[in-house]
Design a protein around this ligand. Structure first.
Ligand code: CA
Length: 357
């Protein structure tokens, strides 16, 4: 308190002599406590720890002027109520993924991932440089929520199956945990999609309540022990080719911050957005090696005709989503335009290089 009194007095002195108004004083003295609710199990590798990293970074870079306390899914609010909690102001911040809110805002799904859509690099480029972020902000505006990209899983795995998938016919009757647009695609292929929080996957698969589940990729899947609950591990993750994870911030709480703290929050999200993709790239390959060579996991590629069927259905599902309302169409148009351009470039750059190296 003594230090604060000193700053206040010193600042009052400055105001008297220079005529500079109050905001600088507010900025130096601001000390706020934020709650960050998340959709992830507490401390879950990369997803949960990434949210922790974001909180710690904000606290550290602000010199303790914003203290952020992280809550795992279900600790303060249930995993799928994170958006509502931030919208209401029960928590000032959240960490999750936009497709979890499809029941509330269908077009939000474009901001997480689209089946057979952009990969992580393309998705992030669209958000930062292709107009995606502006559309995302517009989408959450009516809920008093500000979104930021805060992590990317990179391309996921198709998932863990207790039934072999040898043809598109094998998708019929398949009860699988698969959220978002991928779930809708599976439904049209004759399957039964269910949405469950990460923490419930192992038991559901083990007890046969579901036949299959997707989660993320080798590193996260290994942490859940999913190889002990399923026979086959299929790739590629057609349904989540580069899922953006989001930080959401209560608009009033954000606007109450001085500009420098607002910038810190925004830039910490950017840092974590980048770090999480890098961590996945570093850890997925080591985990895949463990799964295959230590746990003898039966690793399988989805057959071409299955992928083709899923791709056709995906295009149908995504264009129908675009047709649902004006906002969805606007987002879809922007997404598609950027995807087309990025694909044309990546066709002769990244893709060909992967094939020739
Ligand atoms: Ca997933």
């Amino acid at each position: 308190m003594k230090r604060r009194d000193f700053i206040r007095q010193a600042s009052i002195g400055a105001v008297a002599t220079t005529g500079v108004a109050a905001p600088a004083i507010v900025s130096a003295e601001t000390e706020v406590k934020w709650k960050m609710v998340t959709t992830w199990p507490k401390n879950f590798p990369v997803l949960g720890t990434g949210a922790n990293e974001l909180a710690e970074l904000i606290t550290e870079m602000s010199g303790g002027r914003i203290k952020v306390k992280v809550y795992g899914g279900g600790e303060l609010v249930p995993a799928f109520e994170v958006f509502d909690a931030v919208s209401r102001g029960t928590a000032q911040m959240g960490h999750g993924a936009a497709y979890y809110w499809k029941g509330k805002i269908e077009e939000a799904q474009f901001f997480s991932t689209v089946p057979f859509g952009m990969n992580s690099q393309e998705m992030t480029s669209w958000l930062y440089y292709g107009g995606g972020m502006e559309l995302w902000r517009e989408t959450y505006e009516p809920f008093g929520v500000i979104p930021a990209a805060a992590g990317n899983t990179t391309v996921q795995m198709a998932g863990w199956f207790n039934k072999e998938i040898n043809s598109a016919n094998d998708l019929k009757g398949l009860k699988m945990r698969i959220p978002g647009l991928g779930g809708e695609v599976l439904k049209r292929a004759g399957g039964t999609p269910v949405n469950l929080p990460g923490g419930e996957l192992f038991t559901s698969l083990k007890t046969g309540a579901i036949d299959a589940t997707e989660w993320v990729g080798p590193y996260n899947d290994l942490a859940f022990g999913l190889h002990k609950a399923a026979k086959y591990y299929y790739y590629p993750g057609w349904h989540e080719p580069g899922t953006t994870l989001e930080a959401i911030i209560n608009k009033k709480a954000f606007e109450a911050l001085p500009k420098d703290l607002q910038s810190i929050v925004e830039n910490c999200c950017k840092t974590v957005n980048q770090n999480m993709s890098l961590e996945y790239t570093a850890k997925n390959n080591a985990a895949l090696d463990t799964l295959v060579n230590k746990h003898n996991v039966d690793l399988r590629r989805l057959p071409d005709d299955v992928l083709l069927k899923l791709k056709t259905l995906s295009q149908e599902v995504v264009s129908e989503l675009a047709g649902k309302n004006k906002a969805a169409q606007k987002i879809y148009d922007s997404y598609s335009k950027f995807y087309k351009q990025a694909s044309a470039w990546h066709e002769i750059s990244e893709k060909i290089y992967f094939n020739v190296r």
